[in-house]
Design a protein around this ligand. Sequence first.
Ligand SMILES: Nc1ncnc2c1ncn2[C@@H]1O[C@H](COP(=O)(O)OP(=O)(O)OP(=O)(O)O)[C@@H](O)[C@H]1O
Ligand SMILES: [Mg+2]
Length: 290
Amino acid sequence: MVLSIDRLTKTFGSKIAVDHLNTEMQPGVYGLLGANGAGKTTLMRMICGILEPTSGEVLLDGQNIFEMGADYRDLLGYLPQAFGYYPNYSATDYLYYIAALKGIPKISAKAKIKKLLKIVGLLDVSNKKIRTYSGGMKQRLGIAQALLNDPAILILDEPTAGLDPKERVRFRNLLSSLAEDRIVLLSTHIVSDVESIADWVFVMKQGRIIAQGCIRDLVEDVQGHVFEMAVKPSDVGRWETATTVANLRREDNRTILRIISEDMPSDKAVPVPATLEDLYLYHFPTERSE
Ligand SMILES: Nc1ncnc2c1ncn2[C@@H]1O[C@H](COP(=O)(O)OP(=O)(O)OP(=O)(O)O)[C@@H](O)[C@H]1O
Ligand SMILES: [Mg+2]
C-alpha cells in the first residue's frame, strides 16, 4: 500500500495553505509537526477526501482517491481536530450511531464496538454519558470511532491536544499497538508526542514540508546550532529579542541562556548537544512548544 501526495496544493483566496506538497507513505506511523497555521489540518482534510485540492492529487496505489470514492472511504479512519460529541450519548450509543453512518450492519457492529471499547480502555464506562468523560477519555472514544471500519489508513488531527501526561502515555501505547500494517498519520505541536511513536516525522511550515526524517536524524540536523552562554541578568531581555532563547536558568549572579542560532551568537557562547525541544524552536523560532 502506497499513499502518494503529488504536488498537492490548496489556496484560500490569496492564502496558500498547502503548497505543492509531495510525499509518499507506506504502512508505518508518521508525525506531522508544525506550528499553528502551518497547513496540517488542510493537508489532512485533502488526504481524507473531504476537501478538494486546488491542484495536485492524492493517490492510493496509483489511483486518485476522488475517483475511488466510497472504496477509498472504506479504507479510511479520521479523527478531526474539532471532534463533535453528543454529550448525552454514552460511548456505546455514539459508536452505534457512527457505525450506522459508516454503513456497518448492526450485527457486526455489536462485536466490533465491544472490542474497540476494550482496546481504548472505555469498556467499564461505556454506558456513562460522554459529558462525564475526561479529555483523554473523549480522545480515546474519538480513536475508537475512527477505527470502526478497521481502516488501513488512519488520520488523527492533534489527537493528544488537551491530554494530561498520564493520558498521553496511554494514548501513545494505544497508537503503537494499532500501527501494524496501517498508515497512521498524526499531527501535533508537541515534539515529544511524536518522539516515541512516529517512525518518520514531517516538519511542516507555511504549507510545505521543510524537513523530514526519523527524530534522531532531525535532532542531528540541529546539532551545532545550540549554545549556552552566561549573561548578566540585566542583559537577558536584549538577548531574548536578538536570538531564540530556548531556556534560561539562574546560576549565582548570572543567567545561563540556551540559545538556538544558525551561527555562534557570541564568542562567549559554548556549543551544547541538541535535544528534541531545540528541534522545534530551530524550525519555529517564534513559537514555544508546550
Ligand atoms: N476554510 C478556510 N478558509 C480560509 N482560510 C483557511 C481555511 N482553512 C484554513 N485556512 C488557512 O490556511 C492556513 C492553514 O490552516 P490549517 O488549519 O491547515 O493549519 P494547521 O497547521 O492545522 O493549524 P493548527 O495547528 O492551528 O490546527 C491558515 O493560515 C488558515 O488560516
Ligand atoms: Mg489544525
